[in-house]
Design a protein around this ligand. Structure first.
Ligand SMILES: *[C@@H]1O[C@H](CO)[C@@H](O)[C@H](O)[C@H]1NC(C)=O
Ligand SMILES: *[C@@H]1O[C@H](CO)[C@@H](O)[C@H](O)[C@H]1NC(C)=O
Ligand SMILES: *[C@@H]1O[C@H](CO)[C@@H](O)[C@H](O)[C@H]1NC(C)=O
Ligand SMILES: *[C@@H]1O[C@H](CO)[C@@H](O)[C@H](O)[C@H]1NC(C)=O
Ligand SMILES: *[C@@H]1O[C@H](CO)[C@@H](O)[C@H](O)[C@H]1NC(C)=O
Ligand SMILES: *[C@@H]1O[C@H](CO)[C@@H](O)[C@H](O)[C@H]1NC(C)=O
Ligand SMILES: *[C@@H]1O[C@H](CO)[C@@H](O)[C@H](O)[C@H]1NC(C)=O
Ligand SMILES: *[C@@H]1O[C@H](CO)[C@@H](O)[C@H](O)[C@H]1NC(C)=O
Ligand SMILES: *[C@@H]1O[C@H](CO)[C@@H](O)[C@H](O)[C@H]1NC(C)=O
Ligand SMILES: *[C@@H]1O[C@H](CO)[C@@H](O)[C@H](O)[C@H]1NC(C)=O
Ligand SMILES: *[C@@H]1O[C@H](CO)[C@@H](O)[C@H](O)[C@H]1NC(C)=O
Ligand SMILES: *[C@@H]1O[C@H](CO)[C@@H](O)[C@H](O)[C@H]1NC(C)=O
Length: 698
């Protein structure tokens, strides 16, 4: 990837001037509009803006299924444990493990501090802001009672149009989200409104905080006594203040025609909005906010803003057109590309890195993982969508002080990036979390991508302090082995695949390559600024342990035995393959050995337990080796499914959706379209008549 030839501006200008960049994007995008006639049992249809998303059932609202309303800012803490000596965060002390002759404190769950360890894992957790569904005059109407159900998600405009009949009367609903505020705008048109037999119910759940995977529905609906709501109504609007312990936020509702809102009972948190008699439409906006706001947003304005935003989104950036009318694989791949682009703008473009399930439901309590930032963000750079990338890339700087503290606490230099994080940068204790290391070089990858696109002093300054801090840690973490005269990584550590004994794991192949790459970029960064390179960085970069090899094949880590026949080490992420395709070739990479390694993975790996980004990783490697057919096959592998609504299912080890699979797919397709340094794209099956535009070097 760093790897893309940089003179793309010039090249594209030439292409544009001869009229090659001329894909009819609108017609391709709209071919993949969702058109459904019943609620999906698990996945919602969504509108949203990257920081806020609203998932709906077949009615265009959360009527029959309480799909979620999630945001970047909605979080909650459960009360601290009241176990003696475990009543405050300060009572958590982690555990000390021997690390090259000294005791290092790791944020592992401490068996004598179980309650507070678990509290730190589960808190804060992301909350479901509320449910907005149809209300049928108090009658118990189910989805089966509706007839003529149709729903269209128009991707080109970011709008959901739903229609159905209740008791033979048609109801039409349009649902859109604001691109800039946490607002959903709804227009309901129906004669049924006249009779008072149709309205909109707002309801609010308590936070769960108990389930790592809170899916498909987030929150607890029957703990009504544990939280409060309060209604402040006025002429054409109302604000509902919801308080869950220390968390309070506002839901500001603004309606445009005559309507009233009332609470259905003091024992519930349900409020019903009804149009006055003789109205045949009900148009309103709902704005969720951490502050008390009094929104006067209007449906038409939001609809217009959403249309403009989505039109621009599809028009800007790169695009690929596959032969969808002649080849079913091409069609399925194009479907995944388009729907992933939609879903990642809704779920994977917020102020913090995305959680794996985006804003659809909660995995890992709603938190995000710093090692996954690579998969969540890299595709935006290749597809030339920097404004979406920019929203969260600042996380490295925001978390820098906690990263410095983490390293210092463990007796290392520099800044050690955490893993499972909340928006404050606190990394949750966890068996894996405190000893995983592959998140460390990510800032080097991103900095280099930015510099290729924006080779300016500003870019150099933006990343200077971050890269220096992270490189200091990386150099300090590598341990000089007096007997082999090389720098070792670990133990203890977990490799990418998290499936080894951390006390035995050292010098994993992928991490060695990535460490060298990271230090190399950090060194170049210094030189570009006419600064000297710290000797420690150079020493580690140039003397890092060699890749472990057994029988002419690269293996997971140094000293591993029977890797290919041991079930645990021949399943999960095949991180080894990241040496070529994902990373630019390490100067020590032997392509004969790598070719043997790929063949060995193909032969021995158990892909049943592969998930999410494993398939894009495999595709990147296959494409880099020139095998486009295999690359496409990996992206469409039977263990790598995208459901009817385009949600990446993720695989058997995670809950749906698992967005690294979608983001990874776009990264792989982007590289296959744009190509690598010294290996020109597009790299797709030869028979495929394809067009690509806007990739860095297409
Ligand atoms: C609903 O959609 C499915 C799948 O597209 C289709 O097979 C079915 O015929 C549709 N049902 C109705 C009643 O339109
Ligand atoms: C949760 O508690 C932590 C630790 O006290 C605090 O830093 C954070 O702001 C709290 N978050 C919420 C949403 O209350
Ligand atoms: C709590 O801490 C006190 C003193 O710090 C100690 O005496 C006591 O044994 C501890 N109790 C438990 C249950 O660990
Ligand atoms: C690793 O070694 C430490 C001692 O340094 C020990 O406490 C810990 O349980 C070991 N971890 C595993 C996963 O075996
Ligand atoms: C509503 O009807 C459905 C079946 O149509 C039933 O399962 C459910 O229990 C009913 N709910 C109430 C509150 O009556
Ligand atoms: C709420 O529902 C859950 C799951 O059905 C049940 O276990 C729990 O007892 C209920 N709590 C209350 C307060 O009704
Ligand atoms: C609600 O509060 C009660 C009393 O404090 C507590 O026992 C219960 O666990 C809480 N429910 C939830 C879902 O947190
Ligand atoms: C709720 O309580 C308020 C006063 O506390 C009362 O005026 C109102 O009638 C109650 N509403 C319902 C629906 O019971
Ligand atoms: C689609 O393209 C792939 C890759 O070239 C090829 O293997 C497959 O046979 C094609 N399928 C159809 C239906 O043409
Ligand atoms: C790559 O490895 C093969 C097999 O060990 C060896 O024969 C070859 O010389 C190596 N190539 C280079 C360039 O080192
Ligand atoms: C390894 O190289 C051979 C010869 O170039 C090639 O045919 C084969 O496809 C390669 N294997 C892989 C897994 O790429
Ligand atoms: C792959 O792993 C699954 C799950 O453990 C197991 O059921 C299956 O037998 C394994 N397949 C092979 C070929 O070993």
């Amino acid at each position: 990837m760093l790897l893309l030839r940089p003179r793309y501006d010039l090249y594209l200008a030439v292409l544009a001037s001869v009229g090659i960049c001329d894909i009819d994007r609108e017609s391709i995008v709209r071919q993949f509009n969702l058109k459904i006639n019943q609620s999906h049992p698990y996945s919602p249809v969504q509108v949203g803006n990257g920081n806020f998303a609203f998932g709906v059932d077949v009615t265009g609202l959360q009527t029959f299924l309480p799909h979620n309303t999630l945001s970047s800012w909605g979080w909650h803490n459960s009360s601290l444990p009241n176990t003696p000596n475990q009543t405050s965060i300060a009572d958590y002390t982690g555990v000390d493990w021997w690390t090259h002759g000294r005791l290092v404190n790791y944020a592992q769950p401490n068996p004598t501090e179980k309650e507070i360890s678990q509290w730190l894992v589960a808190n804060p957790h992301r909350i479901n802001l509320g449910r907005v569904g149809l209300w049928f005059g108090g009658r118990n109407v189910s989805e089966d009672d509706l007839t003529s159900k149709t729903q269209v998600l128009d991707l080109w405009e970011g709008a959901i149009m739903s229609s159905f009949a209740v008791d033979g009367e048609e109801v039409r609903i349009t649902t859109v989200a604001s691109p800039t505020s946490d607002t959903v705008a709804v227009e309901i048109k129906s004669e049924v409104l006249r009779s008072g037999e149709l309205g909109v119910a707002f309801d609010f759940p308590y936070a769960s905080g108990k389930n790592k995977f809170d899916a498909p529905f987030v929150g607890v609906w029957n703990a009504t006594a544990n939280h409060t709501t309060k209604l402040f109504a006025k002429d054409s609007g109302a604000t509902i203040l919801h308080t869950l312990d220390a968390t309070t936020y506002a839901t500001s509702i603004h309606w445009e025609n005559e309507a009233t809102i009332t609470r259905t009972s003091n024992a519930s948190h349900q409020y019903v909005l009804k149009a006055s008699e003789d109205e045949t439409f009900l148009t309103f906006t709902v704005t969720f906010s951490p502050e008390l706001v009094d929104s006067t947003e209007e449906f038409n304005d939001i609809k217009e803003q959403a249309t403009d935003w989505w039109n621009d989104y599809w028009t800007d950036g790169a695009f690929v057109s596959l032969p969808i009318s002649v080849n079913t694989s091409a069609r399925e791949l194009q479907r995944r590309i388009i729907l992933s682009q939609y879903l990642l703008a809704v779920n994977g473009a917020g102020k913090d890195p995305a959680q794996e399930s985006g804003l659809v439901n909660n995995g890992w309590y709603g938190k995000f993982h710093m090692e996954m930032v690579f998969w969540h963000l890299a595709h935006w750079t290749i597809w030339d969508r920097w404004s979406l990338y920019d929203r969260s890339i600042g996380v490295y700087e925001r978390f820098l002080s906690t990263s410095f503290e983490r390293a210092a606490h463990q007796g290392y230099e520099g800044a050690r990036i955490g893993k499972m994080s909340d928006p404050s940068g606190r990394s949750a204790p966890g068996e894996i979390n405190s000893v995983l290391i592959w998140q460390q070089p990510h800032p080097m990858f991103f900095a280099e991508m930015e510099y290729r696109k924006f080779p300016t002093q500003k870019t150099l300054e933006k990343w200077d302090y971050i890269l220096a801090g992270v490189a200091d840690f990386m150099a300090s973490y590598a341990w000089y082995n007096e007997s082999t005269k090389v720098y070792d990584l670990g133990p203890p550590m977990y490799p990418v695949s998290e499936n080894t004994n951390p006390n035995q794991t050292m010098n994993p192949t992928f991490e060695l390559a990535y460490w060298r790459f990271g230090l190399d970029v950090a060194s170049k960064w210094q030189l570009r600024q006419n600064k000297s390179v710290p000797a420690s960085w150079t020493a580690v970069r140039d003397n890092i342990a060699p890749f472990p090899v057994e029988n002419d094949v690269y293996v997971l880590y140094e000293g591993i035995t029977d890797m290919w026949t041991t079930p645990e080490t021949s399943e999960d992420h095949p991180g080894l393959l990241g040496l070529y395709g994902w990373l630019p070739p390490d100067p020590r990479l032997n392509l004969t050995l790598f070719n043997n390694t790929v063949a060995q993975v193909y032969e021995s790996w158990n892909f049943t337990y592969s998930y999410g980004w494993d398939f894009p990783l495999l595709a990147l490697t296959a494409a880099r080796m020139g095998d486009a057919e295999t690359a496409v096959n990996w992206l469409l592998d039977t263990n790598n499914q995208f459901d009817e609504l385009g949600m990446p299912e993720g695989g058997s080890r995670v809950a749906t959706p698992y967005f690294p699979a979608a983001a990874g797919l776009l990264l792989a397709v982007g590289m296959m379209s744009g190509g690598w340094d010294g290996f020109k794209g597009p790299i797709f099956p030869k028979e495929w008549d394809i067009e690509v535009e806007g990739f860095w070097c297409s």
